[in-house]
Design a protein around this ligand. Structure first.
Ligand code: MN
Length: 251
């Protein structure tokens, strides 16, 4: 397994977080490097988890620390680990961008599809979250805000469409804001750990914002109230990160 020397391994990461409880102080540099890279490098190499760029407590009270800890260190860690197993079993070079594999996912196993998507989706999810903002909306700025208005009519119309996608996804899955193949911003939703990069996706393109609506993402705090979780999501969206992804996907 390849490791990025600027990225602490998961074992080091867990050791540190165990020592410091829920406070995570080692994060930052690797993540800013990541955001500065072209979009196809978003997940990094080696199919390993990027350290969270904030503490598990950072998204409180909208996403609670316990949920973040279990979600990142158990659920997402398992996708990454199972993805590396699948890569080994199917002779996939883990040095290549994961996006390449996802783009031809129909050629691979269900294990690769579920865990490749699972790893990519969570890496994207952590990267577009951040400390709560007052009111949450409408922090989207500049070219992204302009394009949201062009594509959806208004920022509010986009929010409404995205929330509907998230709330009505039956069972487990994701809601997405993506740049489609014609360069337009669209909202979609995918089941399980599928995503718009996959050749099997109904709506294909480059995701720039995603919301995990699996119960593991919200059940401890919101129980069956998925709509409340979806509404609270806007308070912890890091629009700067989304705008950076939008810029990378449209240039
Ligand atoms: Mn999840």
């Amino acid at each position: 397994m390849k490791t990025n020397p600027s990225n602490p391994s998961r074992r080091e990461f867990l050791a540190t977080t165990t020592k410091t409880g829920l406070t995570v102080g080692l994060l930052g540099t690797a993540f800013s490097d990541l955001l500065a890279q072209p979009l196809q490098q978003v997940v990094g190499t080696g199919f390993t988890q990027t350290p969270l760029p904030y503490a598990y407590t950072a998204l409180e009270p909208h996403i609670d620390a316990r949920t973040m800890e279990i979600h990142y260190s158990k659920h997402a860690a398992a996708y990454a680990s199972n993805l590396r197993d699948a890569a080994k079993e199917e002779g996939v070079d883990t040095a290549q961008p994961l996006e390449q594999v996802l783009g031809s996912i129909s050629k691979y196993s269900a294990k690769m599809r579920n865990n490749g998507g699972g790893h990519y989706n969570h890496e994207l999810f952590w990267s577009i979250l951040g400390a709560p903002t007052e009111g949450g909306l409408p922090a989207a700025e500049g070219a992204l805000l302009k394009s949201l208005k062009t594509s959806f009519g208004s920022y509010e119309a986009f929010v409404s469409q995205f929330e509907t996608a998230a709330k009505t996804r039956f069972g487990s899955g994701w809601a997405w804001l993506l740049v489609d193949v014609s360069g337009k911003l669209v909202v979609s939703s995918t089941p399980n750990q599928d995503n718009p990069l996959m050749d099997i996706a109904e709506v294909k393109g480059t995701p720039i914002l995603g919301l995990d609506v699996w119960e593991h993402a919200y059940y401890l705090h919101y129980q069956n109230r998925r709509p409340d979780y979806v509404t609270a999501f806007w308070k912890v969206v890091n629009w700067k990160a989304v705008a950076d992804r939008f810029a990378a996907a449209t240039t």
